[in-house]
Design a protein around this ligand. Structure first.
Ligand SMILES: [Zn+2]
Length: 475
């Protein structure tokens, strides 16, 4: 989280749109032959599909603020996570960022930050201000919205609300934040009503399409990425003939893509699953399901005992103090490899677009805590969008948690999760979460922490100089 804000991203975001196929394309040319146009998204730009639950959330929030749902049923929608206090997502429809949604932890709620482009899809009816054509000209030139020229103010507007500024005929002129409430505008002839926010005027391709269309549009690109990743895998194996090749399988989408690539390469490698004991039930089930489906050997290693022993001593893991990865993943895997092969090569689903840190990670490396494991990342150059298009194309059995609003899958109480996500997890797994909070409170009481520390997520933040930069890497 911290690193995302401070470090530059080295790779340009490879995210484009084909206006003929109406789909995202992960390169400059669509498989239909058309040249694509680049979509401007915030780096790192690990764009992913909005699943049913994400779509519902966006539609519900937009309707609550602007009176209409945003995403038409037969349109593709995508999300792009951007750095913020807790959680913020750009929403992409028709090859344009049409709004962002942002979680406000202090108020335990989401808000929509609209962009003008949204008005190409729907006509907002709440939080709307209308202006005459003369005022519209000034506002389009960058002026804020002043009372003279305003012809309509919707009665739900309070100071600080996000609003759409429309012409009399319903065309969007600007978006911005209200500086006056509806009550203050009644009878007012002067004053600044809205501070407008300049957003790049985007092209919106307002046409329906399906994920099958997107798979077709990305056919050449997916084939190329697949071939390059297979080539890389075979090359690493050839260069390390003495090492047993394995797949690190976590139950997440990246490791599933990596596994599919190994199968395409004609390999049948053993899968290693380091079960922290803090996994979601769906994740454990996915691991077993995938091993069975492809008939691969599954080696499970449990690190759960290590977690609770360390917990007593260290307290809960924190964002910059994730001792858990070392205790529950790295050490058990090290013990396993030592005992079984002495040394091993592991293919891992690490991707550079995940974070700035990953952007700088080599493609083949050894973690100094696990010297017996040579790690290699066949899908290092893939974005989440490549992953998903590939998984859709291959009809692969991905973890169902992604469709429930989780975008990364690890331990259920991972301190690196945002609070928005933790609230969802708490609602879905009340017993697991209550047990975790009970353990947090017990440790907090014994170590002089306040009640808020356990209940408001303060345990996730800890000042420490003990960070071991190595343990952040996938293992
Ligand atoms: Zn096309």
């Amino acid at each position: 989280m911290k690193n995302m804000k401070n470090s530059p991203f080295l790779a340009p975001v490879p995210f484009y749109w084909c206006d003929k196929c109406h789909t995202p394309v992960m390169g400059r040319f669509c498989s239909c032959g058309e040249k694509t146009r680049q979509v401007s998204v915030t780096p790192p730009g690990d764009v992913r599909p909005a699943f049913e639950r994400d779509r519902k959330l966006v539609n519900w929030l937009f309707e609550e603020q602007f009176g209409v749902p945003l995403i038409p049923d037969d349109f593709l929608a995508l999300l792009n996570k951007v750095p913020d206090e807790d959680r913020m997502e750009e929403v992409i429809i028709g090859g344009a960022v049409v709004c962002a949604i942002r979680y406000i932890p202090a108020e335990s709620r989401w808000e929509v930050l609209p962009r003008e482009a949204a008005a190409c899809l729907v006509v907002p009816v709440r939080h709307v201000i209308k202006v005459n054509d003369e005022a519209a000209r000034f506002i389009r030139d960058g002026s804020s919205v002043l009372m003279p020229g305003v012809t309509y103010v919707s009665s739900d507007i309070a100071v600080g609300d996000s609003v759409f500024v429309l012409t009399e005929s319903g065309e969007c002129v600007a978006v911005g934040k209200a500086k006056m409430s509806y009550e203050e505008t009644v009878g007012a002839t002067r004053g600044q009503l809205v501070r407008t926010r300049r957003t790049q005027l985007a092209v919106v391709d307002a046409s329906p399409s399906t994920w099958d269309d997107a798979i077709k549009a990305n056919e050449n690109i997916l084939n190329l990425y697949e071939a390059k990743s297979i080539e890389f895998m075979q090359d690493v194996i050839d260069k390390n003939p003495g090492l047993q090749p394995t797949i690190s399988y976590s139950g997440g989408k990246d490791s599933l893509v990596t596994l599919l690539i190994s199968l395409k390469a004609g390999l049948r490698l053993p899968m290693i699953f380091a079960d922290t004991g803090l996994e979601f039930p769906e994740t454990v089930e996915n691991v077993h399901q995938v091993a069975k489906l492809f008939g691969l050997e599954l080696i499970e290693e449990s690190g759960n005992a290590g977690f609770w022993e360390e917990f007593e001593v260290q307290g809960p893991p924190a964002v910059d103090f994730r001792w858990c990865c070392k205790a529950c993943k790295l050490m058990p895997v090290k013990a396993l490899i030592d005992a079984k092969w002495g040394e091993a090569l592991s293919f891992i689903g690490q991707r550079k677009f995940e974070s700035a840190k990953r952007m700088q990670s080599p493609r083949v490396w050894r973690n100094r805590n696990v010297p017996c494991q040579l790690s290699a990342a066949p899908i290092q150059h893939w974005t989440a969008m490549h992953d998903w298009l590939y998984l859709f194309r291959e009809k692969a059995p991905y973890n169902p948690l992604y469709e429930l609003g989780l975008d990364r899958i690890g331990c259920f109480m991972c301190p690196s999760s945002d609070l928005a996500c933790m609230k969802d997890i708490e609602a879905r797994y009340p017993e697991m979460w209550a047990e975790w909070e009970r353990k947090l409170r017990a440790w907090g009481d014994a170590n002089g922490k306040s009640a808020d520390w356990a209940e408001k997520g303060l345990w996730r933040i800890r000042e420490t100089n003990e960070e071991d930069s190595d343990i952040d890497g996938h293992f």
